[in-house]
Design a protein around this ligand. Structure first.
Ligand SMILES: [Zn+2]
Length: 214
């Protein structure tokens, strides 16, 4: 049985998984999510009480295949067929070592016990914290969590309908008990993607919390 919300984050077997709270996904960034910076305060509040905190960081080389500018005739938000399936093309964002790839300056990054960088391979994107977009190449996060006997995850960050949802769905498929803190997430919402991913997460047994655990 799931512990009460107020004990969930304090449990040794639970990790808070902070997804991509980076400058480029916040207002003023290259792939800004509306009010993306509004997640910083609730994420910090959870960091204050969480026993375990893990973060992801989108981390692309220049000319990454997920950038529209890397393809002759493509525009941002087009869909392109890659070797591994359909891929949305994005504006250039989260280039390695750039200011845009840095975590939001207000985020309590000192609490991060592990940072999983993703999207560093030029030819494949990675929305999920667990698998790259080919759904086969692992990031290593599952092994890290299992070796620390962590079996419950609380997710927050950016963006609800892409990296948060893909991470939550993979986590549920891998057998973790998963909660997503909706007030600590913000969405891109491209072509109804938010509603679709909310349904998918509910169907997978993921708990969508409408409040921030305290
Ligand atoms: Zn990216």
């Amino acid at each position: 049985m799931m512990p009460e919300n107020n004990a969930l984050l304090r449990a040794a077997s639970t990790a808070l998984l902070v997804i991509d709270v980076q400058n480029d996904f916040c207002p003023g960034g290259h792939l800004a999510v509306a009010a993306g910076d509004a997640v910083v305060a609730p994420v910090n509040a959870m960091i204050d009480i969480a026993e375990n905190v893990v973060a992801t960081q989108d981390w692309h080389p220049r000319g990454h295949s997920s950038f529209a500018s890397s393809h002759a005739t493509a525009s941002p938000f087009d869909t392109m067929e890659m070797a591994y399936g359909a891929q949305t093309l994005w504006p250039v964002h989260c280039v390695q070592n750039s200011t845009g790839a840095a975590f939001h300056p207000g985020l309590k990054t000192e609490a991060f016990q592990m940072i999983v960088r993703k999207g560093f391979r030029a030819s494949v994107d990675s929305y999920s914290a667990f698998f790259e977009n080919d759904h086969k190449t692992i990031t290593g996060l599952d092994g890290y969590l299992r070796s620390r006997q962590i079996d419950r995850l609380v997710l927050a960050g950016l963006a609800t309908d892409y990296c948060v949802a893909f991470s939550a769905l993979d986590a549920a498929a891998l057998g973790y008990q998963v909660s997503v803190v909706m007030p600590a997430c913000r969405a891109i919402d491209l072509h109804g993607s938010l509603a679709g991913q909310i349904s998918a997460m509910q169907d997978a047994g993921i708990i969508l919390l409408d409040h921030v655990p305290t």
